[in-house]
Design a protein around this ligand. Sequence first.
Ligand SMILES: *Cc1c(COP(=O)(O)O)cnc(C)c1O
Length: 464
Amino acid sequence: MKKEYYRQLPKVDELLENDVVQVLIETYTRRLVLLIINETLDHIRKQIGQLQENETLDIRVSSIIQQVEQGVKMRHAFKLRRVINGTGVVVHTNLGRSSLSPSIAEHLVEVAMHYSTLEFNIENGKRGSRYSHIESILCELTGAEAAMVVNNNAAAVMLVLNTMAAGKEVIVSRGQLVEIGGSFRIPEVMKLSGAKLVEVGATNKTHLRDYASHITEETALLLKVHTSNFKVLGFTQEVSSADLCTLAHGLDLPVYDDLGSGMLIDLSKYGLMKEPTVQECIADGIDIVTFSGDKMLGGPQAGIIVGKKEYIERMKKNQLTRALRVDKMTLTALEATLRFYRDELQALKEIPTLHMLTKSYESISEEAALFTTKLGILDQINYRLDDEYSEVGGGSMPLEKLLSKVFVFNHQKISADGIIRYLRAYNPPIIGRIKEEEVLLDFRTLNIEEQQIVLEAILLLDKQ
Ligand SMILES: *Cc1c(COP(=O)(O)O)cnc(C)c1O
C-alpha cells in the first residue's frame, strides 16, 4: 500500500509544468517554488512512511499543488510584522516593547528614504556628530550637562563601566545585583567591561557606612542599579541618591545610576507607583544615569546616557562607542519621541506606551461597553466583560496592578486553545491569553483601530 503511494507521487518536473506552479514561479521565482516543492514532497513521503493500516492520504496533484501554493506564500510573507497585543502587558518584550506614535511616521519615512544630516553640520557645512541631534533635547529635558545614545541600555551599562572603571573597582549594594530578562546580569556585564565588582551590604539592607568602608585607592565608581523586575519587601533599607553623592563627591568619586526603565514624567500623578525620574536623579547629584529608549520612555530601542560632560566626553571617545553606535532610524524615532516630552499632556496623548499606562479604568470600560454594543448577540460565542489587571511589563514596576476591562469569551465548538490559534492566524495576528478555559483580551492595550479589527475577527469566528 505504501509502495503504491510512493509510486503515485508526482515527479518534481511534472509539478513544475503545472499552470498554477508556472504562475507561482513568475511571481515568486523558480528557486523559491522549487525549494517548497521539494520540501512538500519530502513532507508527504514522511507522512506516507508513518501511515497506519487503513489510513489514507490525499496525494492528488491538485492537493499537492495547493500545499505548494500555501507553502510559497507563507515562506514569502514577512516574518517580522505587526501584531495586535490583547495581553494587557503594556511594555511586552516579546511583542516589541514600545510602539511609536503614528504622528512621527511621516518624518521617519522621510529621513529613512533620503540623505540626511546624520553626521553633517548644516550650519557650517562641516562634518557633524550623530549624537548632537539628540544631545541638546536630552539635556533640556533632564537637566544634565551632556548626553549620548547607544544601541540599548545593556550597551550603555557596558560602555559606562568600561570607560569609567576598567581595571578598577565598582561598589554595588548586594540588594541591587539584578538579572534582567534572563540574560542581562550586572556581575557578568561588570566582568566583561573589565571592572571589578565589590559587593557591599546585605540583600535587604545596605547602609551608607557599607559603601564608605569599602572605598579604597582602587575604587573608580559607586553604582546604583534600579531593581526593575523585583522588589525586596519588608525590612529593607537602601541608601538615598543624595547621601551616596555626598559621600562619593567628598572623595572625588562619581556615582552612576542604571535606572533601567527611565522615566521623564512622574507617573504617580496618574495613579501609578512613584519611581525616580531621570531629572530627579540628576538633581540629586548623580553623575551618570542610563536608561532604555523603549521601556517606559516609549521610544525606539536605545540606551540613553546622560550626566556630567567630562564623563560623557570620555565615553564618546571610547572605541566601544563605535561598536555600539545607533543608526539613523533609531535617532530619528528617538528625537521625534523626545520632542513630545516638552509638553507632558502631549507626551501622554501621543506616546502609545504612556497613553496605555495612564488610560483610566473609566475610559477603558467605556470603550469595552461600546465594543460589546457593536458586537450584539452572537450565535456560538458566549462573552462578557470582566475586571482584570493589566501589567506594566518590560521588567518595570513588577508590583503595579492596573485595573482594566477584559473581553472574556468562549465558543461552543472551539476550545480556548483553538480560539487562541485562530486569533494568532488572523491577519494581523491577535495575541490573547487563556484563563480557566476562556479567552481574555485586555482593552488597555487595544487602540480604537485594533478594537475594530478584533471585532471583525470575533464576528468571523462566530460563524465557524
Ligand atoms: C532593562 C534593563 C537593562 C537592559 O536594558 P535594555 O534596553 O533591555 O538593553 C539594564 N538595566 C536595568 C536596570 C534594566 O531594567
